[in-house]
Design a protein around this ligand. Structure first.
Ligand SMILES: [Zn+2]
Ligand SMILES: [Zn+2]
Length: 331
C-alpha cells in the first residue's frame, strides 16, 4: 500500500483517442468511501466506444479514468461495512434514489445516473475510490474472474426480461464475451437447444468447446423461440428480427452505434406476435453474479484471453489482438 503523498498510476482519458498514463496523488476518502487497490479491470466494448468518441451509459466528462468492470482489495476505509483486506467486486452504476424512475424501482433508468469508469473515476488505475454501496464482498474466486461479475450482471438483467423455458430453441447472434456469457446463463437454465451465429473462427471454436449445439450460417432459414442479439450491427439486428419464430422473443442486448438504423417489417412482427426487449446495465443483479461465480454455477474463465498493464491499454483500446475475447487490465 502506498502512503499519503506518494504517487500512484492511472490511465486518464482526456478525449477522443487521448489516453495518458499519469502519476497522481493517492486519492483522499470521504465518509462512506473505501479505497480499492484495483487488481483486475476488464475492457468493455463501451470503453472502446468512449475511447473513440462515443457516449457511455452516462455522459462522459473528461478528464476521467475509464474502466467499469473492476475489483480489488480494500486498502483503506471510511466505511463501517468494510475492513482493510476485504476483496470487493464493484458495481459501477450509482443511482440517485430520488427521481421518478428510482422511486418506481427502475433504478437503471435513473435521471441522474453516475457510473464509476464512465463519468466518475473508475478502474483503469492502481487505486480507485468507491462508495461503500457499490462494493460487493467476494472470497472464493480470482480477481480476474471477479472482474467479469459486472458484464455477467448485465447479461443476467437481460435474460430476466425473457420468459425462458428449458425447451426453447435459442439463437445467440455474436459469440464475443457477451454472447458467450449468455451461453453460460442459458446452460444454467437447462436450455440445450442453443445455436449461435458468428463470423470469427476462434469464437466459433470457443462456443463449440463450451457446448453450443451448432453454429448456423447466414442463409440458414430456421426460426428460433428466442433470439439474443449481441453483435450490434445493422445486419445482426435485422437478422435477429428475421430469425424469430412465431410467438418468439427477441432480446437486443448489443450496444449499436447511435447512428445505426435498421429496417424491419412490422407486419411480419405482427403476424408472429413477437416480443422485443432491450436491456440497460445491471440493476440488482451483481450480487447474484458474484454468487454464481463463487458457487461455480457459472464459469467464465475461458473468456479471458489477454492480460495487460496500464501501459498497454492505449494499444488494446485502439485495436484487437489475435484470438481475443476478454482483455483484463492488471494495473
Ligand atoms: Zn461494460
Ligand atoms: Zn434516480
Amino acid at each position: 500500500m502506498k502512503k499519503k503523498g506518494e504517487k500512484v498510476k492511472a490511465a486518464v482519458f482526456y478525449g477522443q483517442r487521448d489516453l495518458r498514463v499519469e502519476e497522481m496523488e493517492l486519492p483522499v476518502l470521504r465518509e462512506g468511501e473505501i479505497l480499492v487497490r484495483v487488481r483486475a479491470c476488464g475492457i468493455c466494448g463501451t470503453d472502446v466506444h468512449i475511447f473513440n468518441g462515443a457516449e457511455g451509459s452516462a455522459k462522459v466528462t473528461p478528464p476521467v479514468i475509464l474502466g467499469h468492470e473492476f475489483c480489488g482489495e480494500v486498502v483503506e476505509t471510511k466505511s463501517l461495512l468494510f475492513r482493510v483486506g476485504n476483496k470487493v467486486s464493484i458495481d459501477p452504476n450509482i443511482y440517485c434514489g430520488v427521481c421518478k424512475f428510482c422511486r418506481s424501482g427502475k433504478v437503471q433508468l435513473c435521471e441522474n445516473l453516475l457510473a464509476l469508469g464512465v463519468n466518475l473515476n473508475g478502474g483503469f488505475a492502481e487505486y480507485a475510490v468507491v462508495p461503500e454501496k457499490q462494493a460487493i464482498l467476494f472470497e472464493d474466486i480470482s480477481f480476474e474472474e471477479a472482474a467479469l461479475a459486472e458484464p455477467l450482471a448485465c447479461c443476467l438483467h437481460g435474460i430476466e426480461k425473457l420468459e425462458l423455458k428449458a425447451t426453447d430453441k435459442v439463437l445467440i447472434i455474436g459469440l464475443g464475451p457477451i454472447g458467450l456469457t449468455m451461453l453460460e446463463i442459458l446452460k444454467l437454465h437447462g436450455v440445450d437447444k442453443i445455436y449461435g451465429y458468428e463470423i470469427e473462427e476462434f469464437r466459433k471454436e470457443v462456443a463449440r468447446a463450451q457446448g453450443i449445439k451448432d453454429i448456423i450460417d447466414a442463409n440458414d432459414d430456421s426460426k428460433f423461440d428466442i433470439v439474443i442479439e449481441c453483435a450490434g450491427t445493422k445486419e445482426s439486428i435485422e437478422m435477429a428480427f428475421e430469425k424469430l419464430e412465431k410467438g418468439g422473443q427477441l432480446l437486443v442486448f448489443s450496444v449499436p452505434s447511435p447512428r445505426t438504423e435498421v429496417f424491419i417489417k412490422p407486419f411480419e412482427m405482427f403476424r408472429k406476435e413477437a416480443r422485443v426487449y432491450w436491456s440497460f446495465v445491471n440493476p440488482f443483479t451483481q450480487r447474484l453474479a458474484v454468487e454464481l461465480l463463487e458457487s461455480k454455477k457459472i464459469n467464465l474463465k475461458h473468456l479471458i484471453t489477454h492480460r495487460i498493464s496500464l501501459g498497454e491499454l492505449f494499444q488494446a483500446l485502439s485495436g484487437k489482438y489475435e484470438r481475443q475475447l476478454k482483455v483484463i487490465v492488471q494495473p
